[in-house]
Write a protein that binds this ligand. Structure first.
Ligand code: PEP
Ligand code: MN
Length: 263
């Protein structure tokens, strides 16, 4: 179902008032974790001004360590919905369980399946059943074939609204948190009709590498970007070192405008 052979036209996925896969570059941004109502509202207002159309923010955080901040759960989803109502931005949140899906459908425009759950086939099927658009991140050690098979689990539930997200894979390199597999973009474009976006924040873990890789993603043909931003990255509860300030995000969007149509 994800194969281009049987569906030659590119899929355009509608998310809230925006689309992914059309001629506009879809920019999603926001904090790694939802921390407070004020934080997400402030972020939503800032990123919208710069050209983003989707607010991201994790309410359920699948952290590497169980002792790290795990997220505000349903409270966090409420804050995201409030920011959506105040700004008109669409909202995407990660879901990590069936209970999270049941809560999220009340608040969000798009469900995110994180890298660590890419092969949680039960979760993929449940996300598929909601009919909401699904952002499917590539697993840390997943081949492109594994990733497209994961998308089949969602689409085969009757939900064609899948967007793929390349977020870096595990390699021997340690200079960056993961290694951005930029070739995934043209490979997916060759094999599939699904839109693909790139997340240089989780791919690198390092703020200074986000802008050059965002430009690479556009050159490779990506349909969008996911970029983490925070009002004060130094105090962020998660992923501060890879989060941009609002000024840095605005500067990046302006640098991208000669190469891509932004909102
Ligand atoms: C995220 O986007 O919040 C996240 C946890 O990313 P990933 O699943 O790609 O690690
Ligand atoms: Mn993060």
């Amino acid at each position: 179902l994800a194969n281009k052979k049987f569906h030659p036209e590119p899929t355009i996925v509608k998310v809230g008032n925006t689309t992914i896969g059309g001629d506009e570059l879809c920019v999603m941004s926001g904090p790694c974790a939802v921390e407070s109502a004020h934080q997400v509202l402030e972020t939503a207002i800032a990123i919208k001004k710069s050209g983003a159309t989707i607010l991201r923010g994790g309410a359920y955080k699948p952290r590497t360590s169980p002792y790290s901040f795990q997220g505000l759960e349903e409270e966090g989803l409420k804050y995201m919905k409030e920011a959506r109502e105040a700004t008109g931005l669409a909202v995407v949140c990660e879901v990590t369980s069936l209970a999270a899906i049941e809560a999220a459908v009340k608040y969000v425009d798009m469900l995110q399946i994180g890298a660590r759950n890419m092969q949680n086939f039960y979760l993929l099927k449940e996300a598929g059943k909601t009919g909401l658009p699904v952002l499917l991140k590539r697993g840390l050690a997943a081949t492109i074939e594994d990733w497209l098979n994961a998308s089949e689990y969602i689409i085969s539930e009757g939900n064609p609204n899948v967007v793929l997200c390349e977020r870096g894979i595990r390699t021997f390199e340690t200079a960056t948190r993961n290694t951005l597999d930029i070739s995934a973009v043209p490979v997916i474009k060759h094999k599939s009709h699904l839109p693909i976006i790139v997340d240089p924040s989780h791919a690198t873990g390092v703020r200074r590498y986000i802008a050059p890789l965002a430009k690479c993603a556009i050159a490779a043909g990506a349909d969008g970007l996911m970029i983490e931003t925070h009002p004060d990255p130094a105090t962020a509860l998660s992923d501060g070192p890879q989060s941009l300030t609002f000024d840095q995000f605005d500067e990046l969007c302006n640098e991208l405008r000669p190469y891509a149509k932004l909102a």
